[in-house]
Design a protein around this ligand. Sequence first.
Ligand code: C2E
Ligand code: CA
Ligand code: CA
Length: 725
Amino acid sequence: MRQVTPSITSGPLLLPDHLLKNTDGQFIQKLFNSLRCAVLYLDQWGRICSANIMAKELFRQHDLLGKTALEFLSSWDDTINCHQEVLMVARTGTSIIGAIERAVIHGQEHWFQVDKVAVRDDEHDINGVLITLDDITVLKAQKLSLQQSEARYKAFVENSQDAIWRFDICPPIPIDRPNKNIIETILERAILGDCNHVFANVCGVQQPKKLLGSKLSELGVGSYAMDTKTFVENNFCLSNQEITWNNETNKSIYLQMSANGTVENNQLIEIWGVTRDTTERRRYIDRLEYQANHDSLTGLPNRNKLKDIANDLIASKRQHESIALIIVDLDGFKEINDTLGHHVGDHIIREVGPRIQSSLDKSDSTICRLGGDEFAILLPDIKNDKNARSIAEKILAGIRRDFCINGINIELRASFGIALFPEQASDFSTLMRYADVAMYTAKKEVSAIEVYNPETDQHSTKRLSLMSDLGKAIRSNQLTLYYQPKISLETNEVVGVEALSRWIHPSMGFISPAEFIPIAEMTDMINEITEWVLKESLCQIRKWQEKSLFIKVAVNISSRNLLNDNIVQKIEWLLHHYSLSPACLELEITESTIMNNAEHSLKILQEINNLGIDLSIDDFGTGYSSLAYLKKLPVKWLKIDYAFIVNMLEDEQDQIIVNSTINMAHNLGLNVVAEGVENQDVLDRLKSMQCEQAQGYHISRPIPAKDLEEWYANYTENINCNRIS
Ligand code: C2E
Ligand code: CA
Ligand code: CA
C-alpha cells in the first residue's frame, strides 16, 4: 500500500562539488548520522552511495553501499512505482517531498514520510538523489486511533436519541471573575460549535449546519438565562436540569439537560451538553396524574384534586375574604337511573358540570364530581354566607332547567350544603364535613340550600352514637310504642290508631323518631325496628281484643322494608300467630319513598294488599309522585301531610292544596286522612271539604297503650253523650 500525501515538489538540493567529491564528505556523513530519520544518497543510476546509521539500522545491513534502489525498495508496498519515482527524480531533477509510504521490513510494518530530493553539483548537473525516510509508524497509529475514536464519537453523536451540543466561548472567559459577570459574558459569547440532528430538530431546524455559529441567546432553548446561572453557580456543571420550553408551534416540550464546562488555564473555553426530550415521558406521567385527579365520566376534577386545590387556596388566602365549599347532591337521581336507564343517567351527570359552570360568573371557581350524583364547587373570594347562598341559588336555577332526553322532559332537583372557611371550618376536611352536614340538612328539610349550622351538626355527631346504640335499644326494651287515634269526620268515632315509636335512651332521654328513624333507614336496622313495631302492635291489638276493644292499628313502613321480600311472610305469620284478621292492620308508606324502587315496591305492596291489609300513602304532598302513578298503587287511603293542615286556615295556599288533594283523591277512588289537626276550626273545615278522617293533637297526642284505653273510654262516652243529647 502506498499512501501519497499531495505530492509536493520542490527545487533540487545544491551541494558544492568539493562536498560531494572530496573528504569533506565525512563531515556530511556525521551530519546525516545525527539525524532522527534514515538517509540514503543514490547516484544518478540509482545506486546507494551513502547511508546514515539510522538507515543501516533500519535495513539491518551495514553494507548498503552499491545496492540499487530496486533492491532496498523491495520491501515497499509499491516497489515498481517507488523505484520509477527515484529514477525520475534522478533524470528530471524534480524532487518529491512528503510522500507517505508503507514498507514491511524484516516482518515489521513501517510508515514513512519520504522525501526524494534531486541533488545537483556546481554545474547544475544532477548528481544524485537524497532519500530521507522519516518513520512515522507511531504517529500514524496515533492518528488512526484518533480517527477511529472521532468516527465512533461522530456515530455516537449522530445516532444518539439525545440532543448533543457544544458551545464555544470565544474568546474564553477567565473564571476568577464574579459569577454575575461570567453569566453575562457566557450569554454574549457562547456560540454553537457543534450539534447533532436531534438538537437541530429540537430547535425546529432540519440541518445542524444551519445552526452552527448561532448564539446561545438566539437559540433560546428553554430558560437559558436561568440555566446558565445554575450552571455557573454549580461549578460549570448541570445535571439533569428540567426545562419546559414552548417550541415554534407553541407546544410545550419538556427537556432534561446535563452540561459540562471545559476549563483550561483558568478559562472557560467551551460547554458540552446533552439534552434529552422527556416530553413523551412527561405526557405519560401527566396522563397518569390526570387520571388520578379527574373523574372519567365528566372530566371534572375529583375529590383528590379538590383537596389539593382547596389546600393551596387555604394556604394562600387573603384576609377579609372567605372560601366557600358547596356540596350538591341531585335529588331522585336513582329513580332516573332505574327508570330511564344508565345512559340517560350518565348523560345527565355529564350535563351538570357545564350547567354549574354557566351559572358561575367567576372563572376561578373549581367544579368537581365527588362521585355518584354528588358534586362540589369551591368558590374563592366569597364575602359572606349570603354571597355564597346567592351563588348557590343561581347554580340551582341552572340545574333545574329541564333536560330533554329522548323527547322526555326531566326536571332535576338538587340539595345544596354550604360551608365557609375560615368562619366555620379551619381546614379542608372539616370544610367538607360541614358542607356535607349542611347538604343532608337541606335534603331532610327539603329546603334545597342550607348553610352549615353547628346546631344541626350536633345532631350529626349525635347521629353516629345513636346509630351504634340503636341495635341495643331494640333488644333491651328501650323502644316503646305510643298510639295516636284517628277519628271519622262523618261519625266522630275512633276508627283506629297510628303506632309511633318512642325511644327512651338510658342517658340521652327521649329521642324523637324523626331523629332515629332516618338513621335506622340508612341501614338494615329499619327492618328490625319495623318487625318489632309490627309484633308489638299486633300483640297490643290481641290484648285489646281480649278486653273487647276493637281498634285498628296503622304501622309506618319505610321504603327499605319493601326491599325485604320476607316482609309479606312476616306479616302473614304474625297475623296468624296472634289469631288476628288482616282488617285490624293498616300500613302507612311515605309517598316519596315508594318511588325509590318503584317496580319492586309495587310488587310487595300488591302482595300486602292481597293479604287484605289496607295501605295508605303517608305525608302526601311532600314528595313528587305523579297522579298517574298513584292510580297504579293498591292504596285505599291518602294521608295529607300535617304541614299543609296545621296552618291551613291562615294560609290560603295550603287550603287550596288540601281542598284539591281531597277532590283529586276522591276522583281516584281514594279516601283522605288529614294529620296535624290542632284545633276544632281546622276539623270543621276538613269536614266541610268531605275529608273522611282526621288525626292530630286536637283529638289526642300520641300516648302509651294504657293511657289510650282510658282516653278511648272517655272519648266514646263523650260522643255517645253528645249523640244522646
Ligand atoms: P308520621 O308518620 O307523619 O307521624 C305523624 C307525626 O306527626 C308524629 O310525629 C306525630 O306525633 C305528629 N303529629 C300528630 N299530630 C300532630 C299535630 O296535631 N301537630 C303536630 N305538629 N304534629 C302532630 P312523631 O311521632 O314524632 O313521628 C315522626 C315520624 O317518625 C312519623 O311521621 C314517621 O314518619 C316516623 N315514625 C314514627 N314511628 C315510626 C315507626 O315505627 N316506623 C317508621 N318507619 N317510622 C316511624
Ligand atoms: Ca305515619
Ligand atoms: Ca305524616
